[in-house]
Design a protein around this ligand. Sequence first.
Ligand code: BJW
Length: 249
Amino acid sequence: MMLDSDLIAALRNARHIAVLTGAGVSAESGVPTFRDALTGLWAKYDPMQLATPEAFARDPETVSRWYDERRLNALRRTPNPAHLALARWQRHMIERARTFTLITQNVDRLHQAAGSTDVIEVHGSLIDWRCTRTGRIIECRGPAFPQHPMPSGHGGVLRPNVVWFGEALPEDAASAAQHASGFCDVFISIGTSALVYPAAGFIHFAKSSGAVTVEINRDPTPATEIVDHSMLGLAGEIVPALVEAWEQA
Ligand code: BJW
């Protein structure tokens, strides 16, 4: 794969790299992207309508079932070459006393399974569920819930600990992501449609703060026009090639 020599030089000189990932990074692991998540029996639903607090209030059974199926699918999946290359990159940056901040919109925990550390989950995780009454969070790695919605045992029901449309991002994750985006020398957006805010805004913030910006995505997005380097293609092919080029530079 031919990589731009300016980009390789920027990566080689970078002391701080920030990466924002989206569903496209997990697509090659078999986790459907957010906009592809409704197949089979779910095809009649609109994902924008299911991923809201209003949908859960209106029809908790359907929303809980959808997320439980996605949870079980995520637990069956394994990291692909993009996840693994990002984890290796972070390890090598840390060894060289540099920083590498991984911000993810993904809720599947595959970055952590690949070995990435201190992952900033700006949209939460569907492996964790939260009691609607106490706010207590439980990691759920077991089989399908026997009931939908699932009683929490504390007077509420369990909802996935994800961020739905109209909900605020977790404050610590949002501020850590904002800080890393403004502080990095190179900002790389991978496998995201760059449509959902505030996460998509991190790309703009990094650019206006002076970072070299890069996008790796299968299809063009609204960010393609503004980044310094756009690489169209599959994350599972481009990311390992980029990390290899950085290692050899
Ligand atoms: C590949 C590939 C391969 C495929 N290789 N590439 C400013 C402007 C406009 C609107 C807003 C704004 N600020 C806020 C809003 C409203 C709203 C919003 O952004 N709406 C837009 C739709 C317009 N945002 C919010 O509501 C946010 N909250 C908020 O702002 O709160 C304010 C507030 C403050 C104080 C109090 C209260 C409120 C919350 C957003 C939460 C998003 N949550 C979701 C659901 C999570 C749970 C779940 O998964 O069900 O997060 S929505 C969904 O979108 C999910 C994703 O993380 C997120 C981003 O999607 P992503 O990852 O980009 O996936 P896709 O499917 O869209 O794209 C995949 C891409 O990969 C494609 O481009 C493919 O081409 C590519 N691809 N295979 C490389 N192999």
